[in-house]
Design a protein around this ligand. Structure first.
Ligand SMILES: [Mg+2]
Length: 312
C-alpha cells in the first residue's frame, strides 16, 4: 500500500484532508504532485473522463449532494464497463462554488461510496472554486483485450442489461414540477456501472459494447457506425421501469446500462441469477448500411434523435 504524503496548511488542503480522511482505504497515495500507477504487464491501460455539471446534468433541487457524487463517479466508471476494463484508479476534480462548500463532504461521501462499490481506488484529484458545481472524474482501467464499439458482426445477437426508461420518467416529473416515482428517481440518482456484468459478457463471447448514457437510440447508432452494420431493435422486447413506455426506452438518457453484441447463446438466466439484473435479447446485427432499425410490434418507429443534455 502506498502511503499518503502529508499535506501543508491552508483551507484547500484542509478540505482535501477531510475528504481523504473520509475516503479512508479507498484513497491511495494522495498528496504528491502526481500519482504513480502500476499496470500489469499483460494489460492495456483504458482511460476515460466524464464531467457532471450543475444545471446541465442535474439540478440542486432534485438530488442530494451524496447522490451527486455517486452518480458522477458511476457515470465515469460506466465507460470502463463499456470497454470491459477492470477499474485501477480514479482522479476527482471538483469545482466548488461558495454556496456548495458545506456540501463538499457529502459529495465526497457519495464519490467514496461509489469508488468502494466498484473497488476502484481514488488516486488523486483537484479542488478549486468555481461559479457552478462541477465534478470531473477520470477513470483508469486495465484490460487484456478491451471491448470496443467496432466488433459487432452480422448475425450477432443484440443484448441489453437492465430495464430502461426510469431516468426519463424522473426527469419528466421534475421538469413538470412533480415528484418522480421512487423507482424512477433511484434510477436517475443512484446508477450502477455494470463492471462485473461486462466482464461476464466479455467472457461469454461479447463482440462489441457501448454504454447507453445518451440513450439507446443514439448509442446504438454509434455502435452501428463503428461496426459498419445495421442494428435491428424490437422496442417491445425491452424491459421497462414501471410507468415507462417503449418509446422512453429508446430515448431515455443517463441510463448507464450496456448494449452488447455477441452470440445468441449467452445464458440470460444465468446472468440474471448471478447479478439480479435482466439480460435481454432485444434484436440482432445485420449486414447493411450503418444504421438502426427500431420496430415496435413489427412496425417501424422513428424515435427521433437521442438524448440531449437537457437543462439549457
Ligand atoms: Mg460511454
Amino acid at each position: 500500500v502506498k502511503r499518503d504524503t502529508p499535506l501543508g496548511p491552508g483551507r484547500e488542503f484542509d478540505a482535501i484532508r477531510a475528504l481523504r480522511a473520509q475516503w479512508g482505504a479507498i484513497a491511495e497515495g494522495l498528496g504528491d504532485d502526481a500519482a504513480v500507477v502500476d499496470v500489469p504487464d499483460d494489460e492495456r491501460l483504458v482511460v476515460s473522463t466524464d464531467t457532471s455539471c450543475e444545471n446541465v446534468h442535474f439540478r440542486r433541487a432534485w438530488i442530494e449532494p451524496e447522490e451527486i457524487g455517486w452518480r458522477a463517479t458511476m457515470a465515469a466508471l460506466s465507460d470502463l464497463a463499456a470497454m470491459a476494463a477492470r477499474p485501477i484508479g480514479m482522479f476527482v476534480a471538483i469545482s466548488v462554488p461558495t454556496g456548495w462548500r458545506r456540501d463538499l463532504q457529502a459529495i465526497g461521501a457519495g464519490i467514496g461510496a461509489a469508488a468502494r462499490d466498484a473497488a476502484c481506488t481514488i488516486r488523486g484529484g483537484d479542488l478549486t472554486g468555481g461559479s457552478e458545481l462541477s465534478l470531473t472524474i477520470t477513470v483508469l482501467g486495465g484490460a487484456r483485450e478491451p471491448l470496443n464499439r467496432s466488433g459487432a458482426q452480422p448475425g450477432d445477437a443484440l443484448w441489453l442489461t437492465g430495464a430502461l426508461g426510469g431516468p426519463a420518467l424522473a426527469l419528466r416529473a421534475w421538469l413538470d414540477g412533480s415528484v418522480p416515482p421512487a423507482a424512477a428517481r433511484e434510477r436517475f440518482a443512484k446508477p450502477h456501472a455494470r463492471l462485473r456484468q461486462a466482464a461476464h459478457l466479455r467472457a461469454a463471447g461479447a463482440s462489441a459494447a457501448i454504454d447507453i448514457s445518451d440513450g439507446l437510440a443514439a448509442d446504438a447508432l454509434h455502435l452501428a457506425h463503428a461496426s459498419h452494420a445495421t442494428l435491428a431493435i424490437e422496442l417491445g422486447s425491452i424491459p421497462l421501469c414501471p410507468g415507462a413506455r417503449p418509446r422512453d426506452a429508446a430515448t431515455s438518457g443517463e441510463e448507464y446500462e450496456l448494449l452488447v453484441t455477441g452470440p445468441a447463446s449467452i445464458n440470460a438466466l444465468a446472468f440474471r441469477t448471478a447479478f439480479g439484473l435482466p439480460l435481454t435479447r432485444i434484436g440482432s446485427v445485420e449486414r447493411g448500411p450503418p444504421g438502426v432499425r427500431m420496430l415496435l410490434d413489427g412496425a417501424h418507429v422513428d424515435v427521433g434523435g437521442g438524448y440531449d443534455h437537457f437543462l439549457r
